[in-house]
Design a protein around this ligand. Structure first.
Ligand code: S3P
Length: 435
């Protein structure tokens, strides 16, 4: 490999999903909440700006702690201009939920990537609750949402495995009299449930024998302000886990990684491929399981990835595809239709990108089949820079592919990385030997 071994100890920024929720719930709690470890990426800042526009007082202290004075459930103010969601699907869908049960009207706009993403999945249940939503053709942004007051509690069975849809309905339910129920046949990340309960909402989760979860929230709750410590984002740690596994001689410790079981699928899959990933110092941070991960270079073997793990690593497939491209033998993934509606069509974009740098990849309707090099570096050095389509995870995954290639990889646009991981490049540089 042209890159020397990666070595050292790092701490990735705060979890994006948890950061959004910490700001949103604090903004509806009466009194001062304090958040440390908040991810200061563009997506989370879009949430902060929207909550400010609706009356919350949000400030960053000198020491990096964030202080939020909330308005109280039911008391969001009418924003005076459109809410610009940038690249952030989570901000959009969760805030649509909040506003759906408030007597305000908001217009949502976003960048070119977000404006292509489907919002019908939240429009449908929120309309059932009484919200009046006028979207652009295809159920897309820009859209205008007029909240319902009073809104109607519903029982909603999720037609797609989506934590964003689940959360939108639960957040709308918080300001809806009675009990709002979400039935989740396939479990997805449960940060909303954990944090709502932590803020004092009356929320119960029932587990059926077939794995279905039934989540009930009682509305018109008061939220109590909290002190929150946001754990490191496993979706950001993923890039360094794969980099350390692929680059010979690497030995890296990643501290404070959130390992909520609804998020930890990548670690399990990489271990099954032969990856040396050791969990150390397991503990709880901010109501979430956390550990330090010790990752060493490993010979990986291709596997057939069980589609049932997909929700617990939904954002990690692009970088898993990179790992598979250097494994011994074939990796088969399936059941990944949802990857086509992320920040980009991650199946098509990763297939094109990996093929351009010399990997052997076949795209299927719902997955990729990858025949790995058996540990040899990829050729790299594509004819043209890799097209990242405004997708931060494509840019970072292909940067890791570059480390594992002979000629390196150029990407067309690294700016989207700032949506979730502003110091990605600096952290990567800190693990490489000085030139
Ligand atoms: C998220 C849920 C997932 C994930 C996204 C963050 C969340 O999206 O891909 O990055 O914070 O709830 P879906 O709900 O669309 O699966």
């Amino acid at each position: 490999m042209p890159t020397g071994p990666l070595a050292g100890t790092i701490r990735v920024p705060g979890d994006k999903s948890i950061s959004h929720r910490a700001l949103m719930l604090s903004a509806l709690a009466v009194g001062e909440s304090r958040i440390s470890g908040l991810l200061e990426g563009e997506d989370v800042m879009a949430t902060a700006a929207a909550m400010r526009a609706m009356g919350a007082d949000i400030e960053r202290s000198q020491n990096g702690e964030w202080r939020v004075h909330g308005v109280g459930v039911g008391a969001l103010l009418q924003p005076q201009s459109a809410l610009d969601m940038g690249n952030s699907g989570t901000s959009t869908r969760l805030l649509m939920g909040w506003i759906a049960s408030h007597a305000i009207t908001a217009t949502f706009t976003g960048d070119a990537s977000l404006s292509k993403r489907p919002m019908g999945r939240v429009i449908e249940p929120l309309s059932e609750m009484g919200a009046d939503i006028t979207a652009s053709p295809g159920g897309r942004l820009p859209l205008m949402l007029r909240g319902a007051a009073p809104s109607v509690p519903i029982t909603y069975r999720l037609p797609v495995a989506s934590a964003q849809v689940k959360s939108a309905v639960l957040l709308a339910g918080l300001n809806t009299a009675g009990i709002t129920t979400v039935i989740e046949p396939v479990p997805t990340r449960d940060h909303s449930e954990r944090m709502l309960a932590g803020f004092g909402a009356e929320l119960t989760v029932e587990h059926e024998s077939d794995g279905t979860r039934i989540i009930r929230i009682r509305g018109e709750a008061e939220l109590r302000p909290q002190i929150i410590d946001v754990p490191g984002d496993p979706s950001s740690a993923a890039f360094f886990i794969v980099a350390a596994l692929l680059v010979p001689g690497s030995d890296v410790i990643i501290e404070n990684v959130g390992l909520n079981p609804t998020r930890a699928g990548l670690v399990e899959v990489l271990r099954a491929m032969g990856g040396a990933i050791e969990s150390m110092n397991p503990r709880e941070v901010g109501g979430e399981p956390v550990a330090d991960l010790h990752v060493r270079h490993s010979a990986l073997t291709g596997i057939d990835v069980d589609p049932a793990v997909a929700p617990s690593m939904i954002d990690e497939f692009p970088v898993l595809f990179v790992a598979a491209a250097l494994a011994q033998g074939r990796t088969i993934t399936s059941g990944l239709d949802e990857l086509r509606v992320k920040e980009s069509d991650r199946l098509a974009v990763m297939a094109t990108a990996l093929k351009a740098v010399g990997a052997r990849v076949t795209e299927t309707p719902d997955g990729l089949i990858i025949d790995g090099t058996g540990g040899d570096p990829l050729p790299g050095g594509a004819n043209a820079p890799i097209a990242t389509h405004l997708d931060h995870r494509i840019a970072m995954s292909m940067a890791i592919a570059g480390l594992a290639s002979r000629a390196g990889v150029d990407v067309d646009d690294t700016s989207p990385i700032a949506t979730s991981f502003p110091n990605f490049q600096a952290m990567l540089d800190s693990l490489s030997p000085a030139e």
